[in-house]
Design a protein around this ligand. Structure first.
Ligand code: SF4
Ligand code: SF4
Length: 368
């Protein structure tokens, strides 16, 4: 769990030398001051709403030569605000409802074949926007793991990032208890945010599907593309490399943007900033757009793909892998709400039809 706010703030105030390296990279710090200045300010005003304007993207932490963790401070401050019964904004309600639906009786689904010890956890956004891709991935993974299980549920990162740790802990530990009950040892994820939650808080091995998938067919177009690495896997260099291998395997060549890999930029959606501060969130997207130029952007987070896709040509790596030519020609179908909910509902039956004989339950049937 995030360190206590006061410990974090004192550590940043003591160790930040005000070198401005992180400030030069970050719009939020440019507007509000260096981590040291903000730590001192927050120690005076611990209930300030300022941390809700930080994307929690961890670029500052990645570039700091003194191992200071400003992102950790802003996360801890959000938790502090919630502990003081503040931080409850009407603007966040749609996000929290979205999260709640993900674990509901209607949308959660646990398909667990006999002897299954590895499950695919596609998250919330991918099943809604690209249900066929979820089926494609399952079918390819089954070549290596015949008794693969599938869990449709929410990793509850929205509550985590909003500082609602009690809700997060209740939901995530429920999920964890189910994995333990069914002796699941490994979770394969498609979403970088799910990766982060399972790797930081889970008790089982977690790996992204991008480290396991193979290229089904190369592209005829052999286009030059650029890659947007999502913040959730900022420090996962193995994932960055695996993604680039897959992209090159399709026949595309890669031109890297200035900010990539561990130094990637937020797409604008991070930390739910856009719900309170649209300009700050949009500013991150604009920075991404400037670096991408006219290049086709490939990413591997359905959330980033949606957010960036409003301002530039962006596609999901899974679309590129399974329908390369249609994807590069901008002809691949991606669903938007409310159709996403219908897809998520229908997907349960479609997955059930291709899994090995299994027990199918919703979360509420099995939660201890
Ligand atoms: S986490 Fe991202 S938005 Fe927040 S201060 Fe660091 S670089 Fe800036
Ligand atoms: S890079 Fe590190 S030391 Fe420099 S201003 Fe940022 S937090 Fe402080």
């Amino acid at each position: 769990m995030p360190e206590l706010f006061s410990d974090k703030a004192l550590s940043v105030a003591k160790n930040c030398v005000d070198c401005s390296i992180c400030v030069k990279q970050c719009r939020f710090l440019q507007k509000n001051g260096s981590p040291r200045r903000l730590a001192e300010l927050l120690l005076q005003e611990p209930d300030s709403d300022i941390a809700y304007h930080c994307s929690l993207c961890r670029l500052c932490t990645a570039v700091c030569p003194k191992d200071v963790d400003p992102a950790g401070l802003f996360m801890a401050q959000r938790c502090q605000v919630v502990n003081h019964n503040k931080g409850s904004y009407d603007q966040h309600r749609p996000l929290l409802s979205y999260e709640k639906r993900g674990s509901s009786r209607i949308f959660s689904w646990y398909g667990l074949p006999d002897g299954c010890d590895t499950i695919f956890f596609p998250g919330c956004a991918l099943p809604g926007s690209r249900p066929q891709r979820v089926l494609d991935v399952i079918q390819q993974l089954q070549n290596e793991i015949p008794n693969l299980g599938v869990i449709l549920d929410c990793c509850t990162k929205p509550s985590h990032d909003l500082g609602r740790l009690e809700s997060f802990q209740t939901m995530f530990s429920g999920l964890q208890a189910i994995l333990k009950k069914y002796a699941i040892k490994k979770v394969l994820v498609a979403c970088p945010n799910c990766f982060r939650m399972f790797s930081e808080y889970g008790e089982v091995e977690v790996q992204t599907i991008y480290e396991m998938l193979k290229v089904p067919s190369p592209s005829l177009l052999q286009q030059e593309v650029t890659v947007h690495d999502p913040c959730g896997v900022r420090f996962e260099t193995k994932v960055h490399q695996a993604v680039r291998c897959l992209i090159q395997g399709t026949g595309c060549t890669i031109r890297e943007m200035k900010h990539h890999g561990t130094k990637t930029l937020c797409c604008g959606e991070g930390g739910a900033v856009g719900y309170l501060d649209k300009d700050m969130a949009q500013g991150w997207t604009e920075m991404r757009k400037k670096e991408a130029g006219e290049q086709q952007v490939i990413t591997y987070c359905a959330g980033c793909s949606h957010y960036l896709g409003r301002s530039m040509t962006t596609c999901h790596l899974l679309d590129l892998l399974f329908e390369p030519d249609k994807t590069l020609a901008g002809k691949v179908k991606v669903a938007r709400a409310p159709m996403t909910y219908w897809h998520r509902f229908r997907l349960k039956q479609k997955i059930a039809a291709i899994l090995a004989p299994h027990t199918a339950l919703c979360r509420q049937d099995i939660e201890p």
